[in-house]
Design a protein around this ligand. Sequence first.
Ligand code: S3P
Length: 434
Amino acid sequence: MPGDKSISHRALIFGALAQGQTGVDGLLESEDVMHTLKAMRALGAKIEKQGQNGKWQIDGLGIKKAITPESALDFGNAGTGVRLSMGLVAGLGITARFIGDQSLSRRPMGRILEPLKRLGVIVASQDGCLPVTIRGIAHFPAHRTEINIASAQVKSALLLAALRADGVTEIIEPAMSRDHSERMLSAFGADITSTMLEDGRHRVVLNGPAKMQACSINVPGDPSSAAFPITAALCIPGSDITLQGMLMNPTRTGFIETARRMGGRIKMLNARESGGEPIADLRIYGSSLKGITTDPSMAPSMIDEFPVLAVLAAFAHGPTMMCGIGELRVKESDRIARTIDMLESMGVPVQCGDDWMRIEGTGAVWGDSARTTAVPVRTDGDHRIAMAALVLGLAAFRKIQISEPECIATSYPDFYQDMCALGARFQTEVNASC
Ligand code: S3P
């Protein structure tokens, strides 16, 4: 599977900040990650691919030496890249302007900008959206911040801002979001601890200034990308596939746990650890699935998987109810609206509200079997909607035609080739040969 996107962004950012040469194996070379890579180069880090072995080398700056970029940092579609880098610039005492594509320019940045402003950072933006200019502070204060959404992007931005601060920075989030920043900062030598509080909140404490020494990083397989072939295999009778080297960090396995609760036969093999992250191989079999109510407290651990989980639910017997998913409205697209439209266009009965979706599964999806032309699905350029729609068509044995098929390169550039290798057939104008 392709390397994990969250870990790939962080490997580049933390590697750029560390003293010395960081080697990265298995970096996801997707459009989102390449935007972060270019931004780190613009701040002064030297980042090069090493020959043909696919390994990247980062000559880090150390946390004191970033340069002011000559032009705006363009993050394209990359929410993680832009939000983490805003925190980074805020704490480095330099000024930078941040821009992105149409979708990223509509997404809320206030969740990062407001806490930074309260800590003294000067920010210029139009209604909390891109373009944003940040004038960082040279002596960023150690701080205690309670954030009101379980967002790894907000947590990580605040941690990055505080790396040079003298003293204890404490960040409390309402529930634990993905913890790759904490794990990776610790691997780079920062003094950081993570504790679950009795009331379910999560606390991170960083003792600054952080000492960041280069290290080597192995990027494991991305569970959010794996959710697409996993769903295809679970829904198509007789399937039997194995995905190797998958990230099994418990803050990311919500989809796998939920699919198992629905009756999905997923076996975990060869559990091991690599670079401070748990990994394993996964064997997935075609399964008979039942509808369930998802656990809202698990939403952060599968936040990017809901569109494809909705596809899985359409193939299950009985209704599936997903609550507490309002964040989906402000992802790369309004993912509740796009998922509902996608399923409706294939005849699946669905309902939704501000922060919930209900899918009536009947054990199969037929679409309009008399139809010979493809069912059109609007993606709004959202990679996860595009892949979910193609998996829906694949499992239903119906032709689906997605808008903006190239958006898949955001997170999973080899999606078409990998799915072809599993037996899917595409007619496409983008760079796939089957
Ligand atoms: C990410 C965190 C999540 C997720 C995104 C990647 C990260 O966003 O949706 O795709 O790498 O930190 P939030 O932090 O906004 O929940």
